[in-house]
Design a protein. Structure first.
Length: 257
């Protein structure tokens, strides 16, 4: 724990670490107060693509926590950054919510449902049979297939819901093409996170609730790894993975104690 507390930068997952749905988790306020008091650099890094930085800040504000929008980074922003670096001013057909579309617009990418360079799939309510069909046609015609994040499922109050990789499956299976995924655990997103924090990986830790995204991302990018049991992982499910986090905590509140 002392080793963790000495780190300069913290990359923190949101769902299952900070909140569940619209409920702040116990100890989170103490932890964020600690980050500010100790002058730590921190970034909330989420594979969700539906909300903008300002919307995420507002969501936390509604739960009673004030955090500047600059402390958030999403898979939508990482996807926009990747496409902009690969093909500036390219066009894309997008299945996803406003957070994703706006992130793409912000870097100069045009939305194009006729002959786009890319088909980009995120999570959200825009997903339906018609949109899958169009995405399939466009990929068959040569558009490259991109997913915002490789999560199979996400948490919901009444059970699991299909996430980006599951939503991608019909398009991949019909076209025979394989999507490239940008969010955690892709080191692309981790490197950008570290750059935004301005710290080296040795001086940073990642705190998350998922072994298959947060912890593996931290291990592969050389960060200290902290798993919290306030989300999807349990002591039982951890055993199924060939790697382990350096530290396991009940929740982020433990760090502020
Ligand atoms: Mg999570």
């Amino acid at each position: 724990m002392e080793e963790l507390k000495k780190k300069k930068g913290f990359i923190i997952d949101m769902d299952g670490v900070i909140y569940h749905g619209n409920k702040l988790l116990p100890g989170v306020t103490d932890f964020v107060d600690w980050l500010y008091k100790e002058n730590k650099d921190f970034l909330f890094l989420t594979n969700a693509s539906n909300l903008s930085q300002k919307e995420l800040a507002m969501k936390l504000a509604r739960m009673g926590m004030e955090v500047d929008p600059g402390h958030f980074y999403t898979s939508a922003l990482a996807t926009a950054k990747f496409l902009d670096s690969q093909a500036p001013n390219c066009s894309a057909y997008v299945i996803g919510d406003a957070g994703l579309t706006n992130a793409l617009y912000d870097v100069g990418i045009t939305i194009n449902p006729i002959d786009p360079d890319y088909v980009v799939i995120g999570e959200g309510t825009a997903y339906n049979y018609e949109s899958i069909l169009l995405a399939t046609r466009l990929v068959e015609k040569g558009a490259k297939l991109i997913g915002t994040n490789s999560d199979l499922t996400g948490p919901a109050p009444d059970g699991f819901i299909p996430a980006c990789r599951t939503l991608m499956a019909p398009i991949e299976m019909t076209t025979g093409k394989t999507a490239y995924y940008i969010g955690k655990p892709n080191p692309l997103m981790m490197r950008t996170g570290l750059k935004l924090l301005g710290v080296h990986s040795d001086e940073a830790a990642i705190i998350g609730d998922r072994m298959d995204t947060d912890i593996v991302a931290g291990i592969e990018s050389g960060l200290d790894t902290v798993l919290v049991l306030s989300g999807v992982s349990t002591m039982e499910t951890i055993k199924q993975f060939p790697y382990r986090p350096r530290l396991i905590l009940n929740g982020v509140g433990d760090i502020a104690k």
